[in-house]
Design a protein around this ligand. Structure first.
Ligand SMILES: CCCCCCCCCCCCCCCCCCCCCC(=O)SCCNC(=O)CCNC(=O)[C@H](O)C(C)(C)COP(=O)(O)OP(=O)(O)OC[C@H]1O[C@@H](n2cnc3c(N)ncnc32)[C@H](O)[C@@H]1OP(=O)(O)O
Ligand SMILES: Cc1cc2nc3c(=O)[nH]c(=O)nc-3n(C[C@H](O)[C@H](O)[C@H](O)COP(=O)(O)OP(=O)(O)OC[C@H]3O[C@@H](n4cnc5c(N)ncnc54)[C@H](O)[C@@H]3O)c2cc1C
Length: 668
């Protein structure tokens, strides 16, 4: 298909310079040839459905119409998936990821009202429900015959889950729970799909039984009638209004007026209530937080894909766009020739790879540790929690910033909706808020780091992700070397130094305050330490992966990975100089050299930059951008998109006769 396209000649000229086989890179990026093949098959199979070929640009629709169009598209896709499965094509986890983050993000530019159904409601049933409960609800949920969402946050509390107000009180006489929202602040608020889409919820509420409080527990509640879709008795439900993005996610509010549900509707894989009201405690209260952990892991993977879209747009546009002669005797260059443009885009390309590699490692860790937890071994759960929290934060923050930079790198045209940046940005910044507020999650990782430092002080052995703290304590880190490996050790020294300082100040504060107050007072340093620890993880994972690539891939691709690693490491070092200067000794010559090395790495990568974004393998139908299409036909696309504006469907708008003309006349 691509071969038949007429390609912009500047873009072709740059593609001709690429030194590696793009297909080899794409296979690596998607986890292997099978996965790449399946991804392409699914994208093509779903997006070619005639009912998705509508010429309607949803950004011109009203809020209500956008939702209705999103639901229409949901059903088209669900039918398509049903057909595929009926033909014997198994939808596995790989496909779910593809569906979740690529196709869905383009078909539903502002998010899908069913993402939390698949990603959270289904997951809650699978991980919190007993086998009997799964038999009753899970299969129907997976086949989308019931729709649900994950209802935790309230108007008054999102972060502090233990502070939620909705109550679930067991009535042993009727063997029912009574779910109630006692105050305005106890209204459930935010869940995706809640407002007008779902008919079930997994709701988190404070459990009371036989007059005793047993903390936050999950319950399944039907909120709308199967036939009429009207709210069930005692259910007050609606939508929370327009947002910065995510406008088709149908986020809702929900209150319960003493709603009765049967005993079997408490999800009892972990804790249980017996018929007589007796409460059986789970192995750990945090087992009920498992769905949040899983989604944090998914978010990291999603961030690599969002940024891949943004850099594909910025890179292709920068190859097609010509502006401002560099040498006055020569024609205007492609804007990618300006080194400042390379400085904006190439580190963002490197970040896609670093985040993808970290997400893969996190998925592996998630799978290993979840299997251990299922067999009753919770010992490594804190490792997973600490890593998933800080990675969720740092990747959402970094990607939000990089998407902005890519948008700005496209000049004025980047500000058009048709460029695609607006929707990518809306989806990314939403993730800075949801699934745990970013500062709060950094502080969770910090708890782990402080414990690790205390173990170092006691001479204990640490888990691999924090082993560098022992190396710092024994004076092995802190000498500057300008290689990626040297940057990693410098960053490790800065992180360990920051943790040691936070620990010291925490201990000092503990002399006059409680642990909790002292921890809160030390929050700024703790959050900084977590952020740095995450950067250490990202860089060390990338180094590990690039070294591995040298063994498994062609020499040409191995070199590209090396170039990417260098750009990533130099950029990271330059951005974190302040933190490193406190704990590592540099000369001004070292810093001058770092800047020169960074600039040289941009130059070295330049010829392969277009090849890498092509290797992200994002078809135009998924990218949805006038600036970033494969053929580089930017100006025709901009014009054609503008012509579709509803305002352009008539020569004169009625506001002229209604307002402007009378005004001009009245002032004569
Ligand atoms: C056609 C369609 C096809 C469709 C196909 C579709 C395919 C779809 C594919 C799927 C794609 C999906 C993509 C995503 C999209 C998502 C969309 C948006 C979703 C947004 C959802 C949300 O937004 S949903 C609400 C999230 N709301 C939070 O996120 C609250 C944060 N708030 C807390 O999470 C707790 O409140 C907080 C602070 C920890 C304190 O909890 P607390 O007070 O109980 O505990 P403490 O702080 O006292 O901690 C006590 C000890 O527990 C430890 N610990 C705490 N948590 C732990 C944990 N999780 N695991 C282990 N350990 C944990 C801690 O480390 C301490 O350990 P230690 O004592 O040893 O230090
Ligand atoms: C787009 C979107 C989709 C969502 N989807 C869902 C969903 O499907 N289901 C669901 O249940 N929820 C959902 N949520 C809710 C979301 O999970 C919460 O908004 C999020 O966890 C943050 O909690 P909060 O709003 O209470 O923030 P707050 O905690 O009120 O944060 C406000 C400020 O207070 C600070 N702060 C709070 N506590 C601390 C602390 N301990 N230490 C230091 N600073 C602190 C924060 O850092 C922040 O700066 C969604 C939210 C959004 C935006």
């Amino acid at each position: 298909m691509v071969a038949a396209q007429k390609i912009n000649k500047d873009l072709q000229e740059e593609r001709d310079k690429v030194t590696f086989v793009i297909e080899e890179f794409a296979k690596w990026f998607y986890g292997g040839p099978r996965q790449l093949h399946e991804k392409r098959f699914l994208e093509n199979y779903i997006l070619s459905d005639p009912d998705l070929q509508s010429d309607v640009d949803p950004s011109y629709l009203s809020h209500k119409e956008k939702y209705e169009e999103a639901i229409r598209r949901v059903v088209v896709i669900l039918k398509r998936i049903d057909k595929l499965q009926a033909e014997g094509h198994k939808i596995d986890n790989v496909h779910k990821k593809v569906l979740g983050s690529m196709i869905v993000s383009n078909v539903f530019k502002e998010g899908s009202p069913l993402t939390t159904h698949i990603g959270m409601f289904g997951q809650a049933l699978a991980s919190l429900g007993t086998p009997e409960q799964q038999a009753e609800w899970l299969d129907r949920a997976l086949r989308c015959r019931i729709w649900g969402t994950y209802v935790q946050t309230e108007l008054g509390h999102g972060t502090f889950v233990r502070g939620l107000e909705v109550t679930s009180t067991y009535d042993p006489k009727t063997k029912e729970f009574v779910i109630n929202s006692p105050t305005t602040t106890s209204y459930k608020w935010w869940p995706g799909g809640l407002a007008h889409t779902v008919n079930h919820v997994v709701v988190f509420a404070q459990l009371y039984s036989l007059g005793k409080h047993h903390g936050i527990q999950p319950f399944i509640v039907q909120v709308r009638d199967f036939e009429t879709h009207k709210p069930m008795k005692g259910i007050i439900i609606g939508e929370i209004g327009t947002k910065v993005g995510f406008n088709t996610v149908n986020n809702g509010f929900l209150a319960f007026d003493n709603v009765r549900i049967p005993l079997k509707n408490m999800l009892m894989r972990n804790s249980q209530v017996l018929e007589n009201g007796e409460f059986i405690k789970s192995q750990s209260p945090v087992l009920n937080y498992g769905v949040m952990t899983e989604v944090r892991v998914d978010i990291v993977n999603g961030m690599a894909q969002h940024l891949a879209k943004a850099v594909t747009i910025a890179m292709r546009y920068s190859t097609v766009r010509r502006q401002s002669p560099i040498d006055p005797k020569l024609p205007e260059p492609k804007i990618i020739e300006h080194v400042t443009q390379q400085m904006k885009i190439f580190p963002a390309i490197a970040k896609v790879i670093a985040i993808k590699v970290a997400a893969d490692k996190l998925y592996n860790l998630y799978d290993e540790i979840t299997a251990e937890v299922k067999s009753g071994n919770l010992s490594r759960l804190p490792d997973l929690h600490a890593l998933s929290c800080c990675l969720k934060v740092v990747t959402t923050n970094e990607v939000a910033q990089s998407v902005q930079i890519c948008r700005l790198a496209c000049g004025g045209h980047g500000f058009l909706n048709s460029s695609g940046f607006h929707d990518i940005y809306g989806n990314v910044v939403a993730a800075q808020h949801y699934e745990g507020e970013n500062t709060v999650l950094l502080l969770q990782t910090a708890r782990y780091l402080i414990k690790a430092w205390s173990q170092v002080l006691q001479g204990k052995k640490l888990t691999p992700s924090v082993e560098y703290l022992s190396a710092y304590k024994s004076g092995q880190l802190g000498k500057w070397k300008g290689s990626p490996n040297g940057i990693l050790t410098a960053l490790q020294a800065a992180t360990a130094g920051q943790i040691a300082l936070a620990y010291k100040h925490l201990e000092e504060r503990k002399k006059t305050s409680s642990v909790e107050v002292a921890t809160s007072q030390t929050g700024i340093e703790l959050a900084k330490a977590s952020e740095l620890h995450c950067q250490v993880f990202l860089l060390s994972s990338l180094m590990w992966s690039v070294n591995r690539a040298a063994k498994y891939f062609s020499k040409a691709l191995g070199e590209v990975f090396q170039d990417i690693l260098h750009i990533y490491a130099y950029d990271l070092a330059l951005r974190n100089l302040g933190s490193m200067l406190q704990f590592v000794s540099f000369s001004s010559a070292d810093l001058e050299q770092l800047q020169m090395d960074f600039e040289a790495s941009l130059k070295k990568f330049k010829n392969n930059s277009i090849g890498v974004v092509d290797g992200f393998d994002i078809p135009d139908s998924v990218l949805g951008s006038t600036l970033g299409a494969y053929d580089g036909d930017v100006y025709e696309r901009l014009l054609s998109a503008a012509k579709k504006s509803p305002l352009n469907q008539e020569d004169v708008n009625k506001s002229f006769d209604l307002y402007l003309k009378p005004f001009i006349k009245s002032n004569l």
